[in-house]
Design a protein around this ligand. Sequence first.
Ligand SMILES: *Cc1c(COP(=O)(O)O)cnc(C)c1O
Length: 411
Amino acid sequence: MKGDHFVSNWMERDNQVIMSTYGRLPIVIDRGEGNYLFDEEGKKYLDLFTGLAVNILGHSHPEITKALTGQAAKFLHISNYFYNKPAITLAEKLIARSIKGKVFFANSGAEATEAALKFVHKWSKEQTEDRNGVVVLEKSFHGRTLGALKLTRQAGVYQDFPVTDTPVYEVEPHNVKALRDIFEKDKPAAIIVEPILGSGGIVTLEKEYLQEISRLCDEFGVLCCMDEIQTGVGRTGTFFAYQHAEIEPDVILFAKGIGGGLPLGGIIVAERYAHLFKPGDHGTTFGPSPLSAALGNAVIDVLIEKGQLEEGNKVASELYQSVIKLKEQFPSIITDVRGKGMMLGIVMNVEAAQVKEIQRQLLEEGLMVDVTQQTIIRLLPPLTLTSREVTLFIKAFEEKLQKVVKSNVIS
Ligand SMILES: *Cc1c(COP(=O)(O)O)cnc(C)c1O
């Protein structure tokens, strides 16, 4: 039961019975506590990517555990034949922090996108003008189901799967003219964008560009949809990231952080359109699990009422400033630092293999970071991150950057 043997045993067993659709990091997690994960040997790791932007309050947060055990003792599932109290209060909280509207709950990000696609379809049928299709941005990620997949513009994900026949138009971010041309010529029904492209490489959309999207949507009668699945729930400093641009979308997609670690997703639709989804138009057995919804309520209470979002924002700004200092110190290696709040992309001007090696060395030292688009180190820390932990990461990362400088001088 000890050491590498035990660990590799689990890896071997995974290999035997789990289809290999994921690249895994070479550790087996035993438990989590606060901002740390522990492996089988008790070694501790600072979790700087929170299960891909999910554990926004870290691991085993007391308020999350309290909500979990409280709801688990009542009921886990009742079906949508009954009124779901945790879901109703959660919808009220989501609306209070976004747009006046109504919520449809699903169980994941891709399901939120599917719900949005069906809603866009219903909406377009109501328009006097013939409108069809969805505009998305280059390198966007909106999920992997056969509807959502067509909106996901990353070759390795997209591949050649048969997808929905809803037309999809791809535009380059920040190219307003291209967007206007598509709105004018192709008459799409909707645009769906991530305010900060996540898996596409932490591409922050300028405030002015988001405002232009919103303005063009008004001008041409296009439905404005924000995919906040990764950026939402306080991740970027505001409750939803579109709020930095002070716009009002028609549809908001959410998932990841909202369930406090449990699967939960959905869409918020503006009041004036919310009637378009009628009984039978959409549904899911689990959406939402009362347990996930109870956790959603706890997440919002801790972030807003208990002030964790504000606390997190202070530490996020320290993290950003420290990473910017490293960029100034190593201008030939770090070429850009992107993102907002607890969602940062450090653009590395080195080979993909070298970035992977840095990630591996950091992991060995007990620091978990993510890599996206091969050369971008992605940080998605919990909002419970502390100043001390920022220092811990920056010190270790700086050492790695020094090493890169040395090896490049020699070679
Ligand atoms: C993760 C993600 C999705 C898909 O969510 P899943 O829960 O993995 O289906 C969709 N959009 C964005 C922006 C995401 O980051």
